[in-house]
Design a protein around this ligand. Structure first.
Ligand code: EPU
Length: 422
C-alpha cells in the first residue's frame, strides 16, 4: 500500500495542466455502449476509477484499449449485460451502465451499489426514472434487474428531484435510456452539472436529439440509433479547484491550464471572498495569493452552487483563516471524514450536524493522517503542503482514484511529496 510523505510548508510556482474530467469520462464511456462500433475519448484521464469502468465494460463484452490517441471502446459485441458485484463494489459510478444497457440490450442486471465513506448514496431515483420509461425492475440477491417492455422503452415526462435536489448519475442514466426510447422524454429537475451537459453534448454528437442541455428541463426526442464517436471531454473542474486551493494554501502563484472558469463561478466567488485572486489566463486561469486568508461561509449545493467535491479542500484552506467560517454540506451530510484528520494537524474544526465550525488557526502542524475518500485525501495533501514538518498520508489509493500522479504534478511546481510503498 502506498503512502505520501509531504514536507511543508512549500511555495509553488509555474504551470500545471488539468486532465479531462473523471466525472464526464465515466458516463461517456458508458454512453459508448449505445452505438455498436469503435468510439474514442482522446483525453480520458488515466485513473483507477476509469480503469475500473474499463474492466466492467470488458466484462460486458466490449473491448477497451488505451492507445496513444486516446481510450478506444469497441462496443460491437455486448453479450453479457451484467454489472458484477466484484467490480461495482469498488466504484459506485458503475451504476452508469444501467441506462445504456437497458436501451441497447433490453435487459440489464447490475449489482446494487453499497454505501461508501461519504454516505448511503441510494439509487432509488435512477430506478424511478427508468421505471417511468416502462422498465420493469426487481431485486435479485443484491442485484437490480431491469427489463424493457416488449415494445421497447417509451418517452414520458419524469420528475427526477430527490431529497437532496437533482442527481447527476441518475440524470445521466435516464437520459441514456431515453435517447433511443419511442417518443419524447422530458426530464424535470435534471442535474445541471457541466459533466451532465458534456454527456448530453456527446450523445447529440452520436445522433441523439437532446435540448435544454445545462438546464433543469431536458427534452429528449427518441431516435432509432446512435453512431460511434470520437469525443473529447471537458477539463476536470474539481481537479482545477484542487490545484487552485494548492496555490492559495501555500500562498503562491500558479497558472492552471485547461480549466474553464465559467464552470466554476461559485468556486471563484468563494475564492474572492477569501481574498484569493483568480483571473482567466491562456485558456485557463492564474491564481495568485499571499494571504492573509479571510474567513468565508460555504454551503454545498447542486450546480451552479458550490460543489461538494471541493468542500474538503476548502475546509483545509479555511482552517488557517483569520477568523471563523461555517461549512455546510447539503449534498452528503456525512461527508466530513477529513474533519478529525485535519484536527490531528492542529486545525480547530467542530462538527455540528451537517455543519462544521472552522475556527481559523495560525498554522497547521504535520501529523500522520488517514485518507478516507477521494476528496478528503486531496484535502490532507493540501494541508500537508502548508503544515510545518512532514505529514504522512496513509491509503493514498483513494487519491489515485481521481487524480493522475498528483504528487509528480505538484512536485513539478515546487511541492515536496514522496510516494512510498509500505
Ligand atoms: N440521491 C438519492 N437517490 C438517488 C440518487 C442520489 O437520494 O437515486 C442523493 C444522494 O445520496 C446525494 C444527492 O442525491 O445526497 C446527490 O447525489 P448524486 O446522485 O448527484 O451523486 P452521484 O451522481 O452518485 C456524482 C459524482 C460525485 C459527486 C456527486 C454530487 C460521478 C461519477 N460522481 O455522484 O463525485 O460528489 O455527483 O455532485 O459523477 C467525486 O468525484 O469525488 C464524487 C463523489
Amino acid at each position: 500500500m502506498d503512502i505520501f510523505e509531504i514536507d511543508g510548508p512549500v511555495h509553488l510556482s509555474g504551470a500545471i495542466d488539468v486532465t479531462g474530467s473523471k466525472n464526464s469520462t465515466l458516463p461517456i464511456m458508458a454512453a459508448m455502449l449505445l452505438a455498436p462500433g469503435i468510439s474514442v475519448i482522446p483525453n480520458a484521464p488515466d485513473l483507477a476509477d476509469i480503469r475500473s469502468l474499463e474492466t466492467l465494460l470488458e466484462s460486458l463484452g466490449a473491448k477497451v484499449h488505451r492507445n496513444p490517441d486516446g481510450l478506444h471502446i469497441n462496443s460491437t459485441v455486448i453479450d453479457n449485460p451484467v454489472g458484477a458485484y466484484e467490480i461495482v463494489r469498488k466504484m459506485r459510478a458503475s451504476i452508469c451502465i444501467l441506462g445504456p444497457l437497458l436501451a441497447r440490450c433490453g435487459r440489464v442486471k447490475v449489482s446494487m451499489p453499497g454505501g461508501c465513506a461519504i454516505g448511503d448514496r441510494p439509487v432509488d431515483i435512477h430506478l424511478r426514472g427508468v421505471k417511468a420509461l416502462g422498465a420493469k425492475i426487481h431485486l435479485e440477491n443484491g442485484y437490480i434487474v431491469a427489463e424493457a417492455p416488449a415494445g421497447g422503452l417509451a418517452g414520458t415526462q419524469i420528475f427526477l428531484g430527490g431529497p437532496f435536489g437533482s442527481t447527476v448519475l441518475g440524470t445521466d442514466n435516464v437520459m441514456m435510456a431515453a435517447v433511443t426510447a419511442k417518443g419524447t422524454t422530458i426530464i424535470e429537475s435534471a442535474a445541471c452539472e457541466p459533466e451532465v451537459a458534456d454527456l448530453a453534448n456527446c450523445l447529440n454528437a452520436m445522433g441523439a436529439k437532446i435540448s435544454g442541455i445545462g438546464s433543469p428541463r431536458l427534452v429528449i426526442e427518441g431516435v432509432k440509433e446512435l453512431k460511434p464517436i470520437t469525443y473529447s471531454v471537458i477539463g476536470d473542474r474539481i481537479e482545477a479547484g484542487t490545484f487552485m486551493v494548492a496555490a492559495a494554501i501555500t500562498r503562491s502563484k500558479l497558472q492552471i491550464n485547461n480549466c474553464q472558469l465559467d464552470h466554476m463561478l461559485a468556486v471563484t466567488d468563494r475564492f474572492r471572498q477569501i481574498g484569493v485572486a483568480v483571473e482567466t489566463s491562456n485558456g485557463g486561469c492564474e491564481v495568485a495569493f499571499d494571504g492573509p486568508i479571510r474567513p468565508a461561509d460555504i454551503t454545498t449545493q447542486p450546480y451552479p452552487g458550490f460543489p461538494t467535491d471541493l468542500q474538503a479542500q476548502f475546509m483545509a484552506l479555511l482552517s488557517m483563516a483569520k477568523g471563523n467560517s461555517v461549512v455546510t454540506e447539503k449534498i452528503y451530510p456525512d461527508r466530513f471524514m477529513h474533519v478529525a484528520e485535519l484536527n490531528r494537524m492542529a486545525a480547530s474544526l467542530r462538527k455540528e450536524g451537517p455543519n462544521v465550525i472552522v475556527a481559523g488557526v495560525d498554522k497547521l502542524v504535520a501529523a500522520p493522517v488517514m485518507a478516507s475518500d477521494l476528496r478528503a485525501s486531496a484535502a490532507l495533501v493540501l494541508a500537508g503542503m502548508a503544515a510545518e514538518g512532514t505529514t504522512v498520508v496513509q491509503r493514498v489509493y483513494h487519491i489515485d482514484r481521481g487524480y493522475h500522479r498528483i504528487e509528480e504534478r505538484l512536485n513539478a511546481v515546487g511541492a515536496k511529496i514522496r510516494r512510498k510503498s509500505v
